[in-house]
Design a protein around this ligand. Structure first.
Ligand code: ADP
Ligand code: MG
Length: 680
């Protein structure tokens, strides 16, 4: 038997030991929890004349029973009860399935209210709720709660109504008076009453508005407190950067920085110099020049006499980035690469260089955070394509006690609402501008019946010396089909090309070595056309590739499509993205259209959020986006911004100490594990 956090839940009328158990499963263990168990929708018994009822909609009808109900049994235990109800001079047939016991409730001559699905053609209603008497005797807007196990909605309704009657006065206001007044929000008790038993939809809307703001504010407070903690927990991390050397280094680069790069670099250097610990996210489209900024900032750290670790998700990326480091950095900087496949003597050597300080910068996979790796004086960690590292790996870094400055980089543009929720505890820099002179990728959307033309287009590009990706979507739960698609295209291409070009195949069932081999062959142009399931590595750079063909493109979200498109357009030649899709729904069509209209990753990300919701952008598990009770990141954008500003104000200006903020302060203290001095 589990302990109850608040025993008084048992004092509510109608709550017995059985229900207590069931409540625990719903994570309801106190009266407050019960009150915060909100309906997920409401039934509204609104009466309309018969001719205004919508076919197939849920409707409510009041009328008089005119005939003795007819009960029929069929199969073994199934039954059908038919009642005839006179409404507005017409006779409506009401049908109840498997509820023989209801017969006695329909007495000839009496008035009943029934609701259920309406069949306009047959003047028939499939009754799921019924009540004696007319409308006025029942609540006009009734709550429908999310249910689990044996609990019935009616039970929760009853208990909730008892709880409100018995204990609502125990619920104190949480929000400062000032906020309630400014935003015209109802007080907590009123809002709770309304959200369970709304008098009308207008009041319900206000009650919801209050709880949305409340949950966003509390969430943002948590974020801002964590942010403050990151900053203040590691004083004494200031680096003495050699400005002149950094300036000189920037001048050696073969290009001027874009304004967005300059701005982001300034923000990062400021963090590196400051005594606080950097916890920053650098966002920018593929090719916007994030890596260049990472390299400059890591060079700055080296001029301060510290070591740098640069972590990437795959071995191939590690190699590619190592090459960029070698190309860009001055010769006297010692660069090493460490991945899982580097073992034995070589690994020992690298370990030694890291621990004695001979190595300035190490690039590698998560092999870098293994226990046998010790740094002499690590000052800065850069993590590329950060969403590819699960939350766990991110935390492993923290757990390892790497109290260094950390820069996360991502090429998945994150809509603002998501970046201030999933990454609300971070500072964010954004490179929202492409280097000059880039040829934007031309995007086309074609139907499947054009496939042959697309394939010959690809062949023409290959004849000109370029390379192409052909991507097939991963079809969930059907590994076989997924490979089959790729295989079909692979065979088809081989036939068309008839050995005039080399076609490679890559899919999830290949071993890591085989994948690496294929990727390597593609990188070195030994494969001209790479047919692949979505395992094409994020961040892989093959500037000679000019075509990205995406098969069944409507199966991808916008952000993914954009990521894939980012694989091409990296060289000097015009590149193309060809979306092959026959989308059925409007959303799919809309997505294809948007892709052909913009190459701005941030714009696409906002659209993607609207079309698909937050969970899908990174995949729910890894996103770190919390599940909100009521708030919705697409529609409650403004509430989120307001909550964020208020939370920042409270934390930065230490408004905790004002009397009106005490309830909020104790709430935060009792619900989050915080260092005691964080609120001071
Ligand atoms: P990201 O890491 O954001 O994908 P990179 O830093 O790898 O982008 O840059 C992509 C390509 O553009 C690289 O070849 C890089 O050398 C080049 N590049 C970076 N910044 C600029 C710039 N300001 N002007 C021109 N080319 C640039
Ligand atoms: Mg990159």
């Amino acid at each position: 038997m589990r302990e109850l956090a608040n025993p008084s839940l048992q004092d509510i009328k109608g709550i017995g030991p059985k229900m207590l158990e069931q409540f625990l499963e719903l994570r309801i263990s106190s009266i407050e929890d019960l009150f915060y168990y909100f309906p997920n929708r409401y039934d509204h018994y609104e009466m309309k004349p018969l001719h205004e009822l919508q076919h197939e909609e849920k409707v409510t009808i009041v009328g008089q029973v005119i005939l003795e109900p007819v009960l029929q049994f069929y199969q073994k235990k199934r039954s059908r009860l038919v009642v005839s109800i006179k409404v507005d001079g017409a006779v409506v047939k009401g049908v109840l399935f498997n509820r023989a016991f209801a017969k006695k409730h329909f007495v000839v001559g009496e008035t009943v209210t029934v609701s259920g699905k309406w069949d306009q053609h047959r003047l028939q209603i499939t009754i799921d709720q019924y009540k004696k008497g007319t409308m006025d005797e029942q609540s006009p807007i009734s709550p429908i709660y999310p249910l689990k196990g044996n609990l019935k909605n009616a039970q929760i309704v009853k208990v909730m109504s008892n709880a409100l009657e018995q204990s609502i006065q125990e619920i104190d206001e949480l929000l400062p008076e000032e906020f309630l007044a400014n935003y015209r929000l109802p007080d907590r008790q009123t809002a709770l009453r309304t959200i369970h038993f709304p008098e009308n939809f207008k009041l319900l809307k206000h009650a919801k508005r209050r709880f949305i703001y409340e949950e966003l504010l509390i969430f943002q407070l948590k974020m801002q407190l964590q942010r403050k903690k990151h900053k203040e927990s590691t004083l004494g991390n200031a680096k003495t950067i050699d400005r002149d050397k950094v300036e000189q280094f920037i001048h050696t680069l073969p290009f001027p920085l874009t304004n967005a790069q300059t701005r982001s670099l300034k923000e990062i250097l400021h963090d590196l110099k400051s005594p606080y610990r950097m916890n920053r996210l650098l966002q920018g489209d593929v090719g916007s020049g994030k890596t260049a900024i990472a390299i400059i900032s890591l060079y700055a750290t080296i001029t301060a006499g510290k070591q740098v670790a640069f972590m990437v998700p795959t071995e191939i990326l590690a190699e590619q980035h190592e090459q960029s480091l070698i190309d860009f950095l001055p010769k006297d900087v010692n660069i090493e690469r460490l991945t899982g496949s580097i073992k034995g003597k070589k690994r020992k050597e690298i370990q030694a260089k890291l621990s004695n300080g001979a190595c300035d910068v190490i690039i590698g996979t998560h092999a870098l955070i293994q226990d046998d790796i010790q740094f002499h004086d690590l000052g800065y960690v850069i993590i590329d394509e950060q969403h590819r590292f699960g939350v766990n790996q991110r935390n492993a870094l923290k757990d390892k006690g790497l109290l260094t400055d950390i820069l996360f980089m991502t090429a998945t543009p994150i809509p603002r609402t998501l970046s201030i929720t999933a990454f609300g505890d971070m500072d964010v820099s954004k490179i929202d501008e492409m280097p000059k002179g880039r040829l934007p990728v031309e995007t086309y959307w074609v139907k499947h019946n054009m496939l042959n033309r697309v394939l010959s287009f690809i062949y023409n590009e290959v004849k000109k010396g370029a390379q192409a990706y052909v991507v097939c979507p991963l079809i969930e739960e059907s590994d076989k089909l997924d490979i089959q698609n790729a295989l079909d295209l692979y065979v088809q291409l081989k036939e068309i090309l008839d050995q005039k070009a080399s076609v490679g195949l890559m899919h999830g069932r290949l071993s890591n070595e085989e994948k690496e081999q294929v990727m390597n062959d593609f990188t070195h142009n030994r494969i001209q056309i790479l047919v692949s399931t979505t395992v094409v590595e994020v961040g892989v750079n093959v500037p000679n590739a000019t075509v990205m063909m995406i098969h069944d493109a409507d199966r991808f979200g916008l952000s993914q499509l954009h990521q894939l498109r980012g694989r091409v357009g990296r060289g000097h030649k015009q590149s193309y993205c060809i979306l092959v899709a026959d989308p059925k729904g409007d959303t799919g069509k809309e997505r294809m259209r948007i892709m052909t209209e913009t190459t701005d990753g941030f714009e696409l990300a906002e659209k993607d959020l609207e079309l698909r919701g937050p969970g899908d952008i990174f995949g729910v598990k890894q996103s770190g986006v919390p599940e909100f009770r009521l708030a919705d990141l697409v529609h409650d954008y403004r509430a989120l911004e307001t909550a964020r500003n208020d939370a920042t104000d409270i934390v930065q200006n230490k408004r905790w100490n004002e009397p009106d903020f005490q309830p909020l302060k104790s709430y935060v203290q009792s619900h989050f594990t915080l260092e005691s001095d964080l609120l001071n």
